[in-house]
Each structure stands twice: as structure tokens, then as C-alpha cells.
Design a protein around this ligand. Structure first.
Ligand code: EPZ
Length: 455
């Protein structure tokens, strides 16, 4: 019988992967069809939202990824009964929510940032919450100051302790006026998950409005919440006494869709991504077309393919929605190494999200990183010491190399680079990819990739 700590470590491990290194033969186009499940960055938050319901919730289209397993474990150590139905539905019963020992929470938090979103729901249900130091991809400092400041505005008392942060709500949680200095996705979710059961009205200015946020609002409204979203990023929430469980099919994973689209372009391939929808990918589709990719919108998904001819260089500036998502740039950079000319990517959301380009340079790509804000307006990182602009000069023929996956999206770009390179590559530490890409080994096999797994 595993201890809770052993369960925690296991949950953070990569799902279903028996190996941690892949040896790939490049040069073969990826051709075929893959099916998407629900978005990693919605499903994990929907699971947390179930804590707020007085009755059980049902969440459908849940991907088998380690981020989901980590949140499932975190819910279970807090007394939530989580059971799987069929191959992609979770039933979540929060009837017996209880506090958990910080050591166990800490064991789960090592690989995820989601524990911070438990604060509001646990403060409502138990009057206390604990946050250890958080995990997540190393793509920047990943501070939580917006989260803690928002919770204080609701009346929470934040007590920094050696093992982490303990929060209490001695006078309960009351609606607040909050303005975010930056449209943070996580901080917006923090406010939503706290405000829905707070006493009175909350006004959130400068909110993130990503499709995953809107789908979380759909879920909260199904539970009984009263939430309005204005065009100027102002979200208003009227606190209610009671919320019920929800039944919901999660929004598709547009980050995974964009990753496979980039893979089709980089390998001269043709991939049908089942479940992808045009409206949430509008900006990506525009850039994909400008680079020289082609796509066909169907009712049940989107076909992404390389129509032949030369790829063209582009200037991309990542931004919050509806801009070009920061999570889309890493896989696309691989295709830009094949474009005829100079491309620029100005990463304005995270200060250190180009670490993955080292491996591409080892494979023969011509990529230079710069501290300046290149290609667009000044951003938060302009006058600081961060290499947050990349210049990619193409076309270059990538050759195989031995690379180690640095983070989730960077890791996927390494797979694409190895598949588009001439010769053999080994990609190690691939367990990180299983955090956000369900069954990516089976999907690569279905698309004709030539590789072997090594233990
Ligand atoms: C979410 O991260 C996603 N993760 C990220 O996806 C995504 O890239 C990001 O939103 C932006 O869309 C999940 O949903 C689990 P933020 P999050 O708060 O919420 C600064 C992936 O690959 N900030 O919007 O952590 C922060 O430093 C991952 O799936 C503060 O300064 O992102 C960053 O510069 C990677 N203080 C910016 O805001 C805070 O308190 C955006 O962060 C919070 C954030």
C-alpha cells in the first residue's frame, strides 16, 4: 500500500510512459489523424472548481496527462472522491472536504502550479489553506504576488511560514475591487474561484479572457454563479450562498492543436487534428497561413498541411488573448528554421521562454537571442536582462543531435525538430511532455514517425 507521499510522487511521474528517452529517425513527413481531448489549462482548473459545489460534478473529455493526475491526487488528499468513468470522464464528489498535511500537498506541488488555485475554495469550505513552493515549467520566475494580493483583498490572512504559505479567513471572504497589473490567467482564475462564494460583489479589472478562462466561467455559471464579462477586460461576480456540482465537456486543447499543426509544417506533413475549432485558433491560423501552411476547417476538426513551396519568414509578438499565445511559439519556431529569410519572435508573456532554442542550434538552426524588444512594442522585459527576443535565419537543414527536454512546450518542439532533421536524434527527459500531451507516443506512431523508446 503506497503512502500518500509515494502516491504524490507517482502522480507527478509521466503518465503511461515506460521510457524517458526516444531515439528518432528524422526526414519522414507526419501524416494521419489525431484526436484532441479537453484543454490541460482548463481541465485542471475545472477539477479545482468542483470543490466549490455542494453536490458532485461530472467533467468530460479529460485527457490522460500527468497534470490531471497531480490535481486528482491533490483533491483526494483533501477528501474529495474522484472516480474515472469510461476513458475520459471524471466524477468528483466534494462531500467530505478536509484539510491535508502540508508535506503531502508539498509532494504534489513540486510539479505543478495548480495548488495555488485551491486557496479560495478551501478558505470557503474549511476557513484555511496551505500553499507550498510551486512547480511548473521553468520559463521564468512564475511569481504569485497577484494571487496573494487578490486573496488579501477578499479578507484572507496570508502567513508566510518556512514550509510555505498558510492562509486563513477569520472574518470570511467578502467581495472586492481588484485590478491586475497584467492580465494573468492564473490570477484571474484565483479571483473567479474565490469571488463566486464571497459575500457581495467583486469587480476584477485587467482580467485575462483566454478561451480557457471563458470555459471556466461557463462551468461556474452552471454551478449557480453570477458572472459578467465586459469588453474592456472587466469581470464582475456577484457572490452566492450555494453552488451545485456541474456537468461539463471541456474545451479542446488549442495548445496541443497548434503543436501538431507546427509539426505538420516542419515535417512537410499533413495532420488532421480532430476536435480543433477555428474560433479559438483564429490568430494561430493567420500566422500559420502567413508562414506558408495550409489548413481546412471541418466540422469535426482542422486539417493542417504543408502545401509545398517555400516557407516564408514572419515577425511574431506573443501576447495575451486574442493575441498569439506564448504556448504556440516554441513548436512554430522549428518550422521557422526552414523559412526562407529572417523571422523574429518577441516573447512578451514570459521572460525566459527561449531556453529550448539551444537544442535547435545544436541541430544546425541559426537562432540568436536578444535582450531588446524586437519586432514590436516595448514590453515588461525590455530594459531588463532577459533574452526574450529570438531572430531565426533560414532556411537551414537540421541534423540529428542528442537533446534533453527543458519544459513542456519546448520539449514538444524538440520532438518536432528531431522528426524534421536529417539523421538520428535522441530526446531525453520526455516524461515532461506527458504532463500536457496525452498519448503523444501513440499519436507519433499513428502519424508514421520512425522512433524507438529506450528505458
Ligand atoms: C497559464 O500560466 C498557463 N498554465 C500557461 O501555460 C500559459 O502560458 C499562461 O497561462 C499564459 O497564457 C496553466 O494554465 C496551468 P500567467 P499562468 O499568470 O497562469 C506574471 C503551458 O505550457 N505573473 O498568465 O502561470 C507571470 O510571471 C503553460 O501549458 C506575475 O507577475 O500564467 C508571467 O510573466 C506554460 N504575478 C505573466 O504574468 C502573478 O502573481 C503571465 O502569467 C502571476 C503571474
Amino acid at each position: 500500500m503506497n503512502t500518500l507521499l509515494e502516491d504524490a510522487q507517482a502522480a507527478g511521474a509521466s503518465v503511461g510512459l515506460t521510457a524517458d528517452r526516444i531515439t528518432l529517425q528524422g526526414g519522414k513527413p507526419l501524416v494521419g489523424r489525431i484526436e484532441l481531448k479537453g484543454a490541460k489549462n482548463l481541465v485542471t482548473k475545472a477539477m479545482v472548481a468542483s470543490l466549490l459545489g455542494e453536490t458532485p460534478s461530472e467533467l468530460r473529455s479529460v485527457p490522460e496527462i500527468s497534470d490531471v493526475r497531480v490535481v486528482k491526487g491533490l483533491l483526494e488528499v483533501h477528501g474529495v472522491k474522484v472516480s474515472a468513468v469510461g476513458d475520459d470522464t471524471l466524477l468528483l464528489d466534494p462531500a467530505n472536504v478536509e484539510s491535508a498535511h502540508f508535506e503531502v500537498i508539498d509532494a504534489y506541488a513540486g510539479s505543478s502550479r495548480i495548488p495555488i488555485l485551491f486557496c479560495g475554495p478551501l478558505l470557503h469550505r474549511l476557513g484555511e489553506a496551505f500553499i507550498p513552493d510551486l512547480g511548473g515549467c521553468r520559463i521564468g520566475d512564475r511569481p504569485i504576488d497577484f494571487h496573494l494580493e487578490s486573496l488579501r483583498r477578499f479578507g484572507a490572512v496570508v502567513d508566510k511560514q518556512p514550509q510555505g504559505i498558510r492562509l486563513t479567513a477569520p472574518n470570511g471572504l467578502k467581495g472586492a475591487k481588484i485590478e491586475l497589473a497584467y492580465p494573468s490567467v492564473g490570477a484571474t482564475e484565483q479571483v473567479l474561484l474565490t469571488a463566486v462564494r464571497a459575500e457581495g460583489t467583486t469587480e476584477l479589472r485587467g482580467a485575462a479572457v483566454e478561451p480557457e478562462i471563458m470555459d471556466l466561467i461557463n462551468i461556474l455559471q452552471k454551478m449557480g454563479a453570477i458572472i459578467s464579462v465586459d469588453t474592456d477586460r472587466v469581470i464582475r461576480i456577484e457572490g452566492v450562498e450555494r453552488l451545485e456540482g456541474f456537468k461539463h465537456t471541456a474545451l479542446f486543447d488549442r495548445n496541443e492543436a497548434a503543436s501538431w499543426a507546427a509539426a505538420a509544417l516542419a515535417t512537410n506533413g499533413d495532420i488532421f487534428v480532430g476536435g480543433a475549432r477555428q474560433s479559438e485558433m483564429l490568430t494561430f491560423l493567420n500566422v500559420f497561413r502567413k508562414v506558408g501552411g495550409a489548413f481546412e476547417i471541418q466540422d469535426d476538426g482542422i486539417r493542417f498541411y504543408h502545401p509545398g513551396g517555400k516557407l516564408k519568414p514572419v515577425i511574431i509578438e506573443t501576447d495575451v488573448h486574442p493575441g498569439f499565445m506564448t504556448d504556440w511559439q516554441q513548436p512554430l519556431v522549428v518550422a521557422l528554421t526552414k523559412a526562407e529569410g529572417v523571422s523574429i519572435v518577441h516573447e512578451t508573456v514570459y521572460e525566459q521562454r527561449f531556453g529550448f532554442t539551444d537544442a535547435l542550434v545544436d541541430m544546425g538552426a541559426h537562432i540568436q537571442l536578444h535582450r531588446e524588444c524586437l519586432g514590436g512594442a516595448q514590453c515588461r522585459f525590455g530594459q531588463r536582462n532577459f533574452n526574450h527576443s529570438a531572430v531565426i535565419v533560414g532556411p537551414t537543414e537540421l541534423h540529428g543531435a542528442d537533446v534533453v527536454v527543458p519544459d513542456l512546450r519546448g520539449g514538444f518542439s524538440h520532438l518536432i525538430a528531431a522528426l524534421s532533421a536529417e539523421g538520428t536524434s535522441t530526446v531525453s527527459n520526455v516524461g515532461i511532455i506527458a504532463r500536457g500531451y496525452e498519448n503523444f507516443i501513440e499519436k507519433l506512431r499513428a502519424l508514421g514517425a520512425d522512433f524507438v523508446l529506450e528505458a
